[in-house]
Design a binder for this molecule. Structure first.
Ligand SMILES: [Zn+2]
Length: 111
C-alpha cells in the first residue's frame, strides 16, 4: 500500500532543510511512491546537453528536481506559519486537511 502524502499539488511549501532551506514555492508534482515532491524554483539542477553531429551546440537545461517530502512543510495561508497537516472532519463529515496551529482547513493559494 502506498502511503498518502500530506502534501498535495499546488500547496505552498517552505523548505526546512538542505541547500534550499528557507525558500518557498508551489508544489508542481508529487510522487507518493517515492515520498518526493517537486517544488517550483526549488532544488534546481542543470542538465548539460551535449551537441551532436548535425545538431545544434550543447546547451544547459535547468529543471526542478524532486526532493524528500520530509524536507518541506506546508505554509498555512491562514496563520501564515509553517504547519503540520492534521486531518479534521468538517461539518459535512468529510475529512479535510487542516493546520495544527489554527485548526483551520488548509486553503490552497489560488493563482
Ligand atoms: Zn494555520
Amino acid at each position: 500500500m502506498i502511503p498518502k502524502l500530506k502534501i498535495k499539488k499546488n500547496d505552498t511549501v517552505r523548505v526546512i532543510s538542505g541547500r534550499d532551506r528557507g525558500k518557498q514555492g508551489r508544489v508542481t508534482q508529487v510522487f507518493p511512491q517515492q515520498g518526493m515532491v517537486v517544488v517550483e524554483g526549488i532544488n534546481i539542477r542543470t542538465r548539460h546537453l551535449r551537441g551532436g553531429k548535425g545538431k545544434q551546440a550543447g546547451s544547459k537545461v535547468q529543471f526542478a528536481a524532486p526532493l524528500k517530502v520530509s524536507k518541506v512543510m506546508v505554509l498555512c495561508q491562514n496563520c501564515n506559519r509553517l504547519a503540520r497537516v492534521r486531518s479534521l472532519a468538517s461539518a459535512d463529515g468529510n475529512k479535510v486537511r487542516s493546520c495544527h496551529r489554527c485548526q483551520q482547513p488548509l486553503v490552497l493559494a489560488t493563482s
